[in-house]
Ligand binder design. Structure first.
Ligand code: SER
Length: 879
């Protein structure tokens, strides 16, 4: 069975057991402060488990893109070094939301593995939760009894809390779990040691393939467990491991999920997989990491310098450096892997094939820039290695190792490796200290403490009424306190809310809650999965009251202008620039609309003008909003609705249309009733955000009007200054011409004046013994002129000893020039002389032995400095 068939069998199996097959959620998580990336299939269903939302179907199954590179589940350092961990992997899962429980879940798992996939029963082991007295959790007798009907008792293992109690993160849904492991060792090895002893012992051939979690609890921020209203099933099977077991391979990388990529890397590098451990690790790292990076970018997460973007950047850099060091691939090549991947996943995760040029471009730019950094870092490392202190100690200190890591993206093992080649060690402990210090710094900067929810009123689901109403009466469902360094805020969830929670680029509403004559202001509204969370500085004194909940309507109207106009802009961009334009991010608030989109070149002035023209025409058409809620997604797609990559859509979607032939989008935001309300659209900036991504910033309605008026006012002021010319451009042009002519003339005059000064100075040269002395104060316009004067005098007068002073733009300046012969013969130094003279003008200077200059603060001291120069009587000192 090839991997495609294996995936299909899984989904078909659960379809036949009345499960609805749903698409994978994006790999990049939005609206959940506890997660950066999807780390398990159950993430997208979190609210069903917590009872915050109700599923339309209580049985679902899917294959989910997961990424385990940060937070509670982080496998990054193992990837490549072993053969069965991945950064990005597919998790096949089936779920019951308060429907079936342990019996069906375990029996179906067994049926699928042994009867459909025909995995050998005698090589399968199962584990059940052994209980945990500290948490007051019992041994899972129920799971044990179920397994006993299918599996001999000696292949059922009791597991600890670490292995058999699954938690999504520090807080959130969790419960005991039952895992299925497979022993893929050769029979001879099995005869020596039974598989039972190798389960959960990190043996590369005895691996977990499926985890069945029985979600019953919610882990609270205070560390305790709370019973959930219902009991659920959450299962996750590592697809790549399953394929390996079915295809009976030694490694996940030997299955058809990876062999294509490995073959391509072999061909690119001219090296063979399976001959050298280091080369093998590098090839596995690359084959794995490219998937993580490609899908994260396809789902909208560009590499960057912070948060999720930095995680992606680090994964890519880790791969590039393995290729550079161990495969000798010193030119960018990762981006050329994208077509291969895109084709492999076409039909499963089509977002990659749909955006392959964009993804490849982003990766290419990242590679180019990192390869440069890598080379600079390598050079720096060369310098460090030959520095005196390192030569003496034979160790590169921890701080330097950390700097290489932090600034140059050098993983510690790379520094260690290169150091070793040079017979040096690295101070790992010192590095750890520097690393901890930095973590501490960033933790302190962002530390927030989120309390647990305090329930006021149990509700099924928050009811959002803000599409139709900006005011509603509601009770509070729950609230909690969030403490940060400087202040405490309160998060409040209403039962019914007209407040829009920030999402889809649109900012959250502001407004107030009012009860018993007390008003509590809402400073922001956010979304946390399906919860709509109002943010307030204080809590109402009576949280049990019935509140009048009022949204700031004028602010909302401005936001809506910008949001609807973003749709008009998106459609215009596709018309003018091409259909490759895809939304890559947006921000819509009451001031501005900002729209990021995939496009490879600068948008020209003509294109900008054309886009503005189309959008403004659509505004004047005053197209009425057509808003349809609860449209089945298939129907919306048929309508040609633009879906965004990286957005999570449910089965039913909201479709926003402004003219079915112009703009149809899937959107959860709030909009104007008709486009005329937008008034006016004006683009104010166009720029680049990242490789292949451009940004347009624009104003609408009052803000656009104010902006245009500002421009007009500026123009009027310019006209006024130019004395109301008929043609302002011509008037300015001729002014500029005139200015440059005058400038040239002034320069001429200055040159002449300088010649004049020079000639006059020449008459003042005094011969004193060996020296031709010239000490005087002159009038020049710039330091440059003073220098020219000194050099020209030096060229004219032999054995010159020159001191000139001048006040330039109010500041005193000194120049000392000594003929080269005198410098050589008497070891004179103009720098010492100018420094001494500069004391009189409160300044300092420098230069060379034959010519030095000084600037000062006190112009009045200049005459004194000149006097001092004369009094130095150099002639006498020479003899
Ligand atoms: N949530 C469990 C896991 O990730 C099972 O899906 O292992």
């Amino acid at each position: 069975m090839n991997s495609k068939e294996i995936r299909k069998q899984f989904l078909d199996f659960f379809k036949n057991k009345s499960h609805q097959i749903v698409p994978s959620a994006p790999i990049v998580v939005k609206n959940d402060p506890t997660l950066m990336f999807t780390n398990a299939g159950m993430n997208q269903f979190k609210d069903y488990f917590l009872g915050n939302a109700t599923p339309s179907n209580r049985r679902v199954a899917d294959t989910q893109k997961c990424l385990r590179v940060s937070g509670k589940h982080n496998d990054l350092e193992d990837v490549g070094h072993d053969t069965y961990h991945h950064t990005m992997f597919e998790m096949l899962g089936n779920w019951s939301f308060g429907d079936y429980f342990k019996k069906e879940a375990l029996e179906w798992a067994w049926e699928l593995l042994t009867e459909v996939y025909k995995l050998p029963k005698e090589r399968l082991y199962v584990s059940v939760f052994g209980g945990d007295p500290a948490e007051n959790l019992e041994l899972d007798h129920e799971a044990f009894e179920i397994w006993k009907t299918m599996v001999p008792e000696d292949r059922i293992i009791y597991g600890s809390k670490k292995d058999n109690f699954w938690e999504m993160g520090d807080t959130g849904p969790c419960g005991p779990c039952s895992e299925i492991h497979i022993d893929l060792r050769p029979q001879a090895e099995i005869d020596l040691k039974p598989g039972r002893e190798e389960v959960n012992a990190d043996h590369p051939q005895v691996i977990e393939i499926w985890n069945n979690v029985f979600i019953q609890y919610n882990r609270l921020a205070n560390g305790s467990l709370e019973n959930l209203p219902d009991k659920h099933v959450d299962t996750g099977m590592g697809f790549e491991r399953l394929v390996r077991a079915i295809q009976n391979k030694q490694s996940n990388y030997d299955t058809d999920v990876f062999t294509g990529t490995i073959a391509y890397i072999e061909q690119k590098s001219g090296k063979k997989y399976g001959e050298n451990e280091k080369v093998d690790i590098a090839m596995r790292v690359i084959a794995d990491h490219i998937r993580a990076v490609a899908f994260a970018i396809a789902d909208g997460q560009l590499p960057s310098n912070n948060k999720a973007g930095y995680v992606i950047r680090r994964i890519l850099r880790r791969a590039v450096r393995y290729a550079y060091t161990f495969l000798d691939l010193k030119e960018p090549f990762f981006s050329t892997l994208i077509p291969l991947l895109a084709e492999q996943f076409d039909g499963v995760f089509p977002e990659l094939i749909a955006q392959q040029d964009f993804v490849a471009k982003v990766i290419l730019e990242e590679e180019i820039s990192f390869l440069k950094t890598l080379e600079t870092g390598l050079k720096k490392l060369e310098d460090i290695a030959v520095s005196e202190s390192v030569k003496a100690s034979k160790v590169i200190d921890g701080k330097t190792v950390f700097e290489l890591y932090d600034t140059f993206g050098f993983p510690v093992d790379l520094t260690a490796l290169i150091a070793r080649e040079k017979g040096l060690g690295i101070d790992e402990a010192g590095f750890e200290v520097a690393m901890l210090e930095q973590k501490e710094r960033s933790r302190n900067a962002t530390a927030v403490e989120t309390g647990d929810w305090i329930t006021v009123k149990e509700i099924d689901q928050v009811q959002f009424v803000g599409y139709d109403d900006l005011q509603a009466y509601s009770e509070i469902s729950k609230y909690r306190e969030v403490k940060s360094k400087n202040k405490s805020l309160y998060q409040i969830v209403l039962e019914r809310t007209p407040f829009y929670g920030e999402s889809g680029g649109q900012v959250g509403d502001k407004g107030y809650l009012e009860a018993n004559g007390e008003k509590v202001y809402i400073v922001d509204t956010q979304k946390e999965n399906d919860l709509i969370v109002l943010i307030a500085d204080k809590l109402p004194s009576d949280v049990n009251a019935n509140f009048n909940c009022v949204v700031d309507a004028s602010r909302r109207a401005l936001v809506e202008n910008n949001h609807s106009c973003t749709h008009l802009l998106h459609a215009a961009l596709k018309q003018v620039l091409g259909t490759h334009v895809n939304q890559k991010g947006s921000l819509v608030n009451d001031e501005i609309l900002r729209f990021d989109f995939s496009h490879f070149t600068k948008v020209s002035d003509e294109e900008i003008a054309q886009i503005e023209k189309i959008v403004n025409a659509k505004i004047r058409e005053n197209i009425a909003l057509n808003e349809r809620r609860n449209v089945p997604i298939a129907e919306a797609t048929k309508l040609g609705a633009m879906a965004l990559f990286g957005e999570k859509y449910g089965e039913f979607v909201r479709v926003i249309t402004f003219d079915p032939n112009y703009s149809v989008e899937l959107c959860g935001g709030t909009h104007v009733a008709a486009t005329g309300q937008i008034g006016l659209f004006k683009i104010v900036a166009e720029s680049s955000v990242a490789a292949g991504v451009r940004r347009i910033e624009a104003y609408t309605s009052v803000k656009a009007e104010a902006y245009i008026n500002e421009q007009i006012d500026t123009l009027a002021a310019v006209k006024e200054l130019l004395k109301q010319p008929k043609d302002i451009t011509k008037a300015l042009e001729s002014l500029l011409n005139e200015k440059s002519l005058l400038q040239k003339e002034v320069e001429q005059f200055r040159l002449q004046a300088l010649q004049h000064t020079k000639n006059q100075l020449l008459t003042k040269v005094e011969n004193q013994g060996e020296l031709n002395l010239l000490i005087d104060q002159v009038s020049v316009h710039s330091a440059e002129e003073l220098k020219t004067l000194a050099y020209e005098l030096k060229a004219k007068v032999a054995n010159l000893y020159l001191v000139l002073g001048a006040v330039i733009e109010g500041k005193p300046q000194l120049a000392v020039m000594i003929a080269d012969e005198l410098v050589a013969k008497h070891n004179l130094n103009a720098v010492n002389i100018v420094k001494d003279l500069a004391k009189e003008i409160q300044g300092g200077g420098g230069g060379q032995a034959f010519f030095a200059t000084a600037g000062g603060k006190n112009a009045e001291g200049l005459a004194k400095a000149i006097e001092k120069a004369k009094a130095l009587n150099l002639t006498a000192n020479l003899s």
